[in-house]
Structure formats: structure tokens, C-alpha cells
Design a protein around this ligand. Sequence first.
Ligand code: UT7
Length: 330
Amino acid sequence: MMKKKCAAITGVGAYVPPRILTNKDLEKMVDTSDEWITTRTGIKERRIADEETATSDMAVKAAEEALQKANLEVEEIDLIVVATITPDMLFPSTACIVQDKLGARKAACFDLSAGCTGFIYGISVAAQFIENGTYQNALVIGAETLSKIVNWEDRNTCVLFGDGAGAVVLKEVAGDAGILSTYLGSDGSGSVLLKQPAGGSRMPASLDTVEQKLHSIHMNGNDVFKFAVKVMGEASLTALEKCGMGKEDIDFLVPHQANSRIIQSAIKRLKLPEEKVVVNLNKYGNMSSASIPVALYEALQDNKISSGDIIVMVGFGAGLTWGASVVKWL
Ligand code: UT7
């Protein structure tokens, strides 16, 4: 089925902070080892933002590059969506702060919370506005400073996450290029598995919540792992089916970068050769909603994606949420 208007990715930008924290560094902080982290996750190092850097600062840097690559003026942006679980503040939205820093006066702005699937949710929402003719140009950003909400004494979580931002410009194009389909899923019964318990209305900040470290990430890693292995392949296949395609049509896979074993299971399910998949979690760890756009950015830098290619982007995360998007590269 040919859509009248499509939302195509016309520019991609990324930013990661310069400070590198290696597995060897972590060995000095918690009871862990480079060997454990490497074999269980594939992660070797991650980037950590400095004290002054908040999520919006990195989001702006990634957005500026995406705008430049798309050859788009800031005044032309109609919509800014920031997918994040580490906003600058609970409110106002980080998207509004980004708007101000960019000077994108015309844009409507909001944040979107869908855990590590945030970027897939973000492009899906923005694409609707473009496909129905409401907007022509949207900026979708996935940005996280997870280092600020990690409990650096909890080896179960602190070795996994990193900071960074990725951004794309979505633009209205005619015909059947750009985002061909998106599939989103949620299962709130899994909300207990991955969360930041305190700081919201359920458990407002108090001396007690700070002392008990309830403002940091709490995760049942093993259950999230099993869920991820199940949904990564399934979500990709469902999104492909929605636009009349199958796994044999995939030219390139951009999976969420949480764990190399989860990515391997998706590769197996989709019967893909390794060269058709981007893996960069060894350098950055899990950057939640920034992982997919940064991985897409690096695949483009490495000339792994060409015009006309069918790309599948797929993710999973807190919520629980999952989702995949099929894109015909412009
Ligand atoms: O983007 C969504 C966010 N979350 C995820 O994607 C996480 C998905 N889950 C995972 O990637 C994996 O479950 C982990 C990497 C978190 C853990 O791997 P696992 O194979 O599921 O290990 P496990 O949780 O079953 O733990 C195995 C052991 C435990 O020790 P015992 O109880 O068997 O003695 C842990 O205490 O490994 C221990 N362990 C560690 N050991 C050394 C946990 N973290 C560490 C560590 N260093 N950093």
C-alpha cells in the first residue's frame, strides 16, 4: 500500500560526552570484573557526562548536527519530541528547554517516556503528524544522562548504562520512502521490573528515599533479559508484516544496544548475517532512548546504509515497552 505522504529521515546527529569509564575503572568501584561484564553484556566502556551536563545539553548538540545534515533551518521545525527517562527536570519538558536553546520558536514540544523504546515511540508519533499533513518537519531526539540516576554501589546496574544523545530530522516526502510502518507494544504488568521508584507522586523525595537510594535505577535484569529476547525478533517481524515485507527484505538492522546476547538472539531469529547489524554497545553501554539513534548515526558514518535500503530499528525497555519501525532509506 502506497502512502500519500511519508516521513523520511533526512538528517542524523549524535553526541556522547568525552569522559570514558572502562570496565577496569569499574573494577575499582564495585565487586565486578572486566571478564564478567564483557562476557555477560559485551560492554567494554561507556561515556559519562560531567557534573554541569544535563540531558538537554547533549540533546541540543545531537539536534544541531541532525539539522545541519538535513540542511534544515531551526525556524522550519514544527515539532520537537524528546524521548528520555532522564529529563533535566520532571517539568517543564526537556523538549521545551531544547527548543529554547536551539531557537526553534515555531515548534510544538513535548517529552515522551517509553524507556529504552522511547526513540521508536518518538519517531512513530512524529511520523503521524507528518503523514496526516499537520507538520512538515519534526526533530526526534533520544537523550539520556543515565549516569546521574545510577546507583554506583549496585553492580547489577551500574556496569550497564552510559550517557549520550542521538537525533533525527523527519521530513515530509511524497511516495513510499521513509518510515513504512511502525509497531508499538506495552505491558504495564512488567512496570515493576525496571524503574526509578522515588521522585514522583507515589514516593516523593524525602531524606528516607535518598538514604535508601530509591532515586536510582532498580532492575530485575534477568526477567528483562528474557522479555527482550522474546520481543526483539517478534516486534521486527510484526513491523515488517505491516508493510507487506518479511525478514528476507531486511538490508540493515539497528537494534537497541543493551546486551550483545540479546542482539545475537535477534540476529538468529531474523537469520541475518552479522554485517547487516550495527553493534556499538561495547563503546557506549546501554544509553536507553539514545542507543538506537546513535547506532543509526554510526552505521551511516561507516557507509553501511545506502539509498533504497530497508532498515529495521527495534527496541525494548521499561514499561515494559517494545517497538520496531521499518524505514526505506531515502
Ligand atoms: O534497555 C533495557 C534495560 N535493561 C536491560 O537491557 C537488561 C537486560 N538484562 C541483562 O542484560 C542481563 O540480565 C544482565 C547483564 C543484567 C545480567 O546477566 P544475567 O546473565 O541475567 O545474570 P544474572 O542476573 O542471572 O546474575 C548472575 C550473577 C548473580 O550472582 P549469583 O546470584 O548467581 O551469585 C549476580 O549477582 O551475576 C552476578 N552479577 C555480577 N557479577 C559481577 C550481577 N552483576 C554483576 C557484575 N559483576 N557487574
